[in-house]
Write a protein that binds this ligand. Sequence first.
Ligand SMILES: Nc1ncnc2c1ncn2[C@@H]1O[C@H](COP(=O)(O)OP(=O)(O)OP(=O)(O)O)[C@@H](O)[C@H]1O
Length: 385
Amino acid sequence: MGCVCSNVEVGVGVAVRTEGISKSFGRQNIWQNVTLNIPPGEISLMVGPSGTGKSVFLKSLIGLLKPEEGEIFIGDTNITTCSNKELYEIRKLFGVLFQDGALFGSMDLFDNVAFPLREHTKKSESDIRKVVMEKLDLVGLTGAEGKLPGEISGGMRKRAGLARALVLDPEIILVDEPDSGLDPVRTTYISQLFLDINAQIDATFLIVSHNINLARTVPDNIGMLFRRNLVMFGPREVLLTSDEPVVKQFLNGRMIGPIGMSEEKDEAQMAQEQALADAGHHAGGVEDVEGIVPQMVATPGMPHRKAIDRRQARVREIMHTLPHAAQVAIQNDLDATQDTQQYSTYDNGDQYDNGDQYDNSNQDTQVLPTYNEGGYESSPSLRKQ
Ligand SMILES: Nc1ncnc2c1ncn2[C@@H]1O[C@H](COP(=O)(O)OP(=O)(O)OP(=O)(O)O)[C@@H](O)[C@H]1O
């Protein structure tokens, strides 16, 4: 397990793995049989309509909620069976940014950010000051340390929450809806911070969000929860080029598709909405975005984001298991990176003559690739409930 110290990085963030986990509250099943590997040191994003259990998933990963079935591994530790003492130690690997920053209203930003250091370390006050000021600087809040949470904007509160999430040098950073309550510009600023922090400390990120812009431009990997199942999890190119109706609908924010106002739609409602759209009624969203928009990069001057190299090596190995469109997008990206050593060039050249390597013929069962140790395996999705 790697360790990240204040200024010196000596390892990569920790891998997070779930094996067939299911969670219910009483008779309400939230999700079932969720198996995925979150690659260490990369930025992963979980999307899904409201109420699909994204926050419950995050809370399960740090042991705040316990799935009734399955196992969760943080590095090598199975947190579903480990002792409370071990769980306490494992939690120190995490930095968590909750939706509202979860700051103490009566403490100024300095004391809020210092809180975990005073609780969990024996650092002197002068060392605490050094760390707190460094983290406040990292999130652009130098000068605001004396303010109370009630005196600053929502965006600043989130950044203060992020500074607090960073003070114990986490190896895994969980972020719950970073965009909630933020305008699109501030959301992009905080997204830039995630990429910069990832470049600096190589921590594993899992962000939960329904923000389409963020999904398209920030993560290395994307997963989607829908109808109590993990529909897919894989490199960004897999979801961003997917023809899966629920994924396309979600990423374009349209009414047409399986997602309804309440969690799901029946066939009759889908047919009625399609008929309205065919008759010219605007189904919402923007025009379908086809293909991949460039991924954001770390701010110039930041260290090179090593997650890019690791992900490329990983994706190269399993490329032949991916859908054709994802292969094309990945190859374009690999070529662009080779040419420019940047991760931002977009070229839509079609380098594959056909999708032979990916057998997509089984349209009825809608099998989709889910990343697992060593590659992708097909997992049934959108099972009719
Ligand atoms: N502690 C709890 N006890 C009972 N039910 C809960 C608890 N926590 C969450 N739930 C229920 O689990 C479901 C999923 O909630 P969750 O907040 O994880 O969804 P979400 O996908 O994060 O939604 P949103 O995008 O709207 O934040 C909801 O129906 C919620 O009411």
